[in-house]
Design a protein. Structure first.
Length: 155
């Protein structure tokens, strides 16, 4: 029997950062039907600070991948704060990963793997992997990675 996401987080020793407050005029999360949409989320650490830098200049691909993983933890924190229990998630459906990178950097998918690998650890290899896009751009406040995602809720 597969373990539930809450137990897996505990077993993996993963600490969710505090759920961030919106930094603009938007909702951090919205439920429409059985779909749960999470707004673009940055790499917020447990102390509330952000992982900043441009992949290919200030930070390495591996550091970018760790920043994407941290986005995943922040996103799980937002979900938990808003719906109470990660066990309500059936699966991840779609991910849009945005990497703050130099124009020459071309390995955006490898960076976003940090997020995708975390989701697979928490929700399982089938339900934790969905469709995905990964692109490079300049991000607000100099954050290294921003990710938005859509999840399906259990009926």
């Amino acid at each position: 029997m597969e373990k539930d996401p809450e137990t897996l987080l505990n077993d993996l020793g993963l600490e969710l950062p505090p759920a961030p407050k919106p930094m603009g005029v938007y909702k951090p999360l919205l439920i429409a039907g059985n779909n749960l949409y999470v707004s673009g989320t940055g790499p917020i650490k447990s102390d509330g600070s952000l992982i900043k830098g441009r992949v290919g200049a200030d930070i390495t691909l591996e550091e970018g991948k760790l920043a994407a993983r941290q986005v995943g933890l922040a996103m799980l924190s937002i979900i938990k704060a808003n719906i109470g229990d990660l066990n309500r998630i059936s699966r991840i459906v779609k991910t849009l990963g945005m990497v703050n990178s130099t124009p020459e950097f071309e390995q955006h998918p490898a960076v976003i793997n940090g997020f995708s690998e975390l989701m697979a650890e928490v929700f399982g290899s089938d339900n934790g992997i969905g469709v995905r896009s990964a692109v490079g751009m300049f991000l607000p406040s100099g954050i290294a990675v921003e990710i938005e995602a859509m999840f399906e809720l259990k009926s």
